[in-house]
Every structure is written in C-alpha cells, then in structure tokens.
Ligand binder design. Structure first.
Ligand SMILES: [Zn+2]
Length: 293
C-alpha cells in the first residue's frame, strides 16, 4: 500500500482544496451539507429570486459561450497586443474555474463554455498598441466620463437579447464586462461583470488563481458575500473575502446549488431541487462591493 507523504503538503487540506469532484447530481460532502443549507436559505430570504440576469441566465442565452468586453479606464497607460492576449487568457482561466464545477453536473448542457474578449473600451484608441483586428474598440463614455463598452451591445442593458442598436448586431454583443480601474482597491462584481484594480490585475496576469477576480466572478454567478455572518463549520473559501485564494469545494457546491435551483428556467428537468417560483419585481442589477481582501 502506498502512503502519501503529508509532509510534502504541510498546508494543504485535500477536503478543502480538491478539484471539482465529478458528481453527476446533488451530493455534497457531508460536512458541507449544513452550511450549504444555511447559505441557500439566507439567499432565498435576501435575494430577488425572480431576477433573470444571473450568470447562468446569460450563458444559457448565449448557448454555452461567453463574450466579454474589457473596460480599460486608464487614460494614460497603453496596452500592447500581447498584453491583451494575456488579459483574455487570464479571464478565460478564471471563468473556467467556475465553469468546471458545472460541467457534468445535474443537467448542465455544455462540456465547456468558451470565453472570448470581443471588445475593449478606451479613452483613446491609440492606447491599444498593435493590431486590433477581431475586437470592437469602443470610445463611449459613461455618465461619469469613464470609458465604457457600448451599452447597445451589452447584455446588462438588453436582457431581451435584442442587440439591434449594436453596430455589429447580436453577433458582436458582449455578455459581461471586466472593468480595470487604476488605483482601485478590492473589487466589485455582479451580473454586469467584475471590477478590479488595473495594477493588481496586470501584475497577476500569469497567476494561476487571481483571487479577487475569482471572487467577483463568484458574484457574477449569484454567490453572496459573508461580511455579516458565516455558515457553520467553513472558514476558508473564496466568497469569504480574504480567507482563501482559490475556489474551494464549498464555493463550488454553493454555485452548484444555484444551478440546480435555476435549471428548470431553461427547460432542464429538476431532480432533487425545487425550482424557483418566487414572485418579485426584477431588480435593475446585482452588485456586491468588496473592500476586505
Ligand atoms: Zn464580494
């Protein structure tokens, strides 16, 4: 019998850091059942469950793809073609770490959800060095004068998927945006996308787990913050800001809990979870703001 040398991994706990277990249905590890129930009950009590723009709604509407627009808020910093490729790779890698929890789970209909960066919003196109073929370059400004991706092309602004006002039509729409803000500490996330500091992100492009981005993408997938309470028995997970640097089993099962409750929206038969049929007015957006990493 082989023995594993635990001394080689003195700080790892396999039960916390394991990669997604390929369990086909809702069957979380026994130690996570109670905290998962607590989290779900809390979310049902505090969310508008009739909201229709969760990340799940978006990837289903986009038929298993994800298109992203980067909002480059610096007015002075240039970004090379190579850096833009790295930005796309970093967002792809981060997004996939959540998607990996859904692939093969409980009727999730895709074996992968390919993500591409389709647009960049900048204050001046000259900030984008090298070729920009294949991407849409936006010079729109929001009400505060900050570069923004063309609202006419954004899912957040067109949840009916009518992109007739987008110059390239639906084919050139984006599902969510990643805001890169100079000097921005912490992060923010929601159905509209994720906002993180330019310096933090650009200096971590090759980091396997860009933990603030992972946390904010958790919000994109409807996961909550835990500044005011914590569920029983779990102390380190990405959605408890500052307590973990990667998506843990608990995070993954929280996300799976959302999928199993939402999937009946998409005509996927439910098994073992009641569908969401709670009435409520549709909120304009979901936003969580984080300052405690
Ligand atoms: Zn948060």
């Amino acid at each position: 019998m082989k023995r594993i040398s635990w001394l080689a991994f003195p700080t790892l706990s396999l039960s916390v850091w394991a990669s997604p277990a390929k369990r086909a249905t809702w069957n979380p590890p026994s130690n996570l059942v109670q905290p998962l129930t607590q989290v779900w009950n809390h979310e049902v009590a505090t969310y508008n469950m009739n909201f229709k723009n969760f990340g799940y709604d978006q990837l289903i509407a986009a038929k298993g793809t994800a298109k992203v627009c980067v909002r480059w808020e610096s007015t002075t910093q240039t970004v090379t073609e190579a850096q833009r490729a790295q930005v796309q790779t970093a967002i792809q890698r981060s997004y996939k770490k959540w998607i990996d929890w859904f692939v093969g789970f409980d009727g999730f209909p895709y074996s992968s959800v390919p993500l591409s960066v389709v647009g960049w919003a900048v204050s001046n196109p000259s900030l984008l060095q090298g070729s920009t073929s294949g991407i849409d370059v936006y010079t729109n400004r929001d009400s505060g004068g900050i570069p923004e991706c063309n609202p006419a092309c954004g899912r957040f602004f067109h949840q009916d998927n009518n992109y007739s006002g987008c110059p390239g039509g639906a084919a050139r729409h984006y599902d969510f945006s990643v805001w890169l803000t100079p000097g921005f500490g912490g992060g923010a996330g929601g159905d509209w996308g994720a906002r993180i500091g330019t310096e933090y992100f650009m200096s971590n492009l090759n980091t396997e787990n860009i933990h603030i981005l992972l946390h904010e993408l958790g919000h994109y997938f409807a996961l909550d913050d835990f500044y005011d309470w914590t569920p029983t028995g779990v102390t380190n997970f990405i959605m408890l800001a500052g307590s973990a640097t990667q998506i843990t089993d608990f995070d993954g099962w929280m996300a799976r809990d959302w999928w199993r409750h939402l999937k009946s929206r998409y005509g996927i038969a439910k098994e073992g979870a009641n569908s969401l049929e709670i009435e409520g007015s549709q909120a304009a957006n979901l936003t969580w703001v984080d300052q405690e990493f």
